[in-house]
Design a protein around this ligand. Structure first.
Ligand code: CA
Ligand code: CA
Ligand code: CA
Ligand code: CA
Length: 401
């Protein structure tokens, strides 16, 4: 009975996924209007790798192919639809225990990531009562990540001002993190760039752990299944590990590395006014408009401008946005400045809705700004003091990115 129910649930999910694809396909998408285009100038073989990675990113895993035993969703694209951001329906939850002095990721209770679902016969995880730091994470968009990866550490560190020596109230600092052995770059410390707290330094690591943690797929890089301590007994699937070859993982990494950010919208006079206000009231203090990448073997990533509107540093954003969850050297009030590129097209990919901030808690850009506290207190205050037409111009600017 339980198995039958699961089969019904899984096939329901399949039709939901298909429906979602249909919805995307029925809206014709013009060039520069999509999150699914490669960077310009890729060679034939690079385009082939891009296409393979694109397909693998959309692949829905079945139990026979190694899904689980614990998982959140059966494909990357379920959470990152159209390669844009996800909706709160696909948030994933991290949890731990914060006693006011130190942080415990509760590994022996299944932390730090909650996998609510299991394959037939395997109970999903429940949030343990010990968890008091609960961080629902909204899936961020996944375009432009190769550009982000190609920004030299030195350029990012140049904006750090840990002790706010220039006295502007903003004290961005890097998240120094370690890297697993398969990255081959030593244990670190490395400058974290990916994830909402910049807890991951390398795209390969982000992809490998997404397979293992989010889908339950083991790979040549990480050939062991995620643990399920809550079950009390060892649980496994029937597929020998590793379940996925390094070549597929590499294709997905290449795909993400070369997935282009969408083109910018028109710079109307109102948008230009908003752009000026954005700098004038201090938004650009964290949402740094652009960087230049360092040298790269991929021409499209080699010494090019990256207009991501983020400094990729951690900022204390105040109690309203705090999750009390610690990651790498980040604290429970710190977040990586969210890149603002692609805001123009958010709604295209979520059936007309948009979800902002770390947990997707608001669909309203003004509310997203109002919720800025901590180091962003001053910029927020200045935003609230703008006239209605100035506020509108600033929003129009955000919606042009
Ligand atoms: Ca598996
Ligand atoms: Ca877990
Ligand atoms: Ca400062
Ligand atoms: Ca397995």
């Amino acid at each position: 009975m339980k198995t039958l129910l699961t089969i019904v649930a899984v096939s329901l999910l399949f039709s939901l996924v298909l429906l979602a694809c249909d919805a995307i396909l029925t809206t014709p998408i013009a060039e520069g209007e999509s999150f699914d285009a490669p960077l310009p100038g890729l060679s034939h073989s690079q385009l082939a790798a891009f296409a393979r990675g694109d397909e693998a990113f959309g692949k829905v895993f079945s139990v026979k192919e190694g899904l689980g035993p614990l998982f959140n969703q059966p494909s990357c694209e379920t959470c990152h639809p159209g390669d844009g951001r996800g909706s709160p329906r696909t948030n994933l939850i991290r949890f731990g225990y914060w006693n006011g002095v130190s942080f415990d990721p509760l590994i022996s209770l299944g932390g730090p990531q909650l996998q609510e679902r299991g394959i037939p016969g395997v109970p999903g995880e429940k949030l343990p009562p010990e968890a008091n730091a609960i961080s629902p994470r909204s899936p961020p968009p996944v375009f432009g990540l190769g550009l982000i990866e190609a920004i030299p550490d030195s350029a990012i560190l140049a904006n750090a001002d840990e002790n706010d020596l220039d006295g502007d109230g903003i004290s961005g600092r890097p998240n120094w993190v370690t890297a697993p052995e398969y990255i081959g770059r030593g244990p670190g410390p490395h400058l974290g760039r990916f994830g909402r707290k910049a807890g991951v330094a390398f795209l390969l690591q982000q992809v490998v752990t997404a397979y293992q943690q989010d889908i339950g797929i083991t790979t040549d890089y990480l050939p062991v299944e995620n643990e399920h301590p809550q079950a009390g007994i060892p649980v496994r699937d029937d597929v020998p590990d590793p379940e996925l070859a390094a070549s597929v993982v590499n294709d997905v990494v290449f795909y993400l590395r070369t997935l282009a950010p969408p083109a910018r919208g028109a710079e109307t006079p109102e948008v230009l006014q908003g752009k000026q206000l954005f700098s004038a009231i201090g938004c650009a203090g964290c949402h740094v408009p652009s960087f230049t990448t360092g040298p790269s073997a991929i021409t499209a990533l080699n010494n090019v401008e990256v207009t991501l509107y983020s400094d990729l540093l951690l900022h204390d954003m105040g109690p309203e946005l705090a999750d009390n969850f610690y990651e790498g050297s980040s604290t429970g009030t710190e977040w990586r400045t969210a890149p603002l590129w692609g805001l123009r097209l958010v709604k295209e990919f979520l059936g007309g809705s948009a979800f902002y901030l770390n947990d997707g808690r608001t669909s309203d850009l003004r509310e997203a700004i109002r919720l800025h506290g901590g180091e962003a207190q001053s910029a927020r205050g200045k935003f609230l003091q703008l006239s209605e037409s100035e506020k509108l111009a600033l929003i129009k600017f955000l919606e042009s990115l």
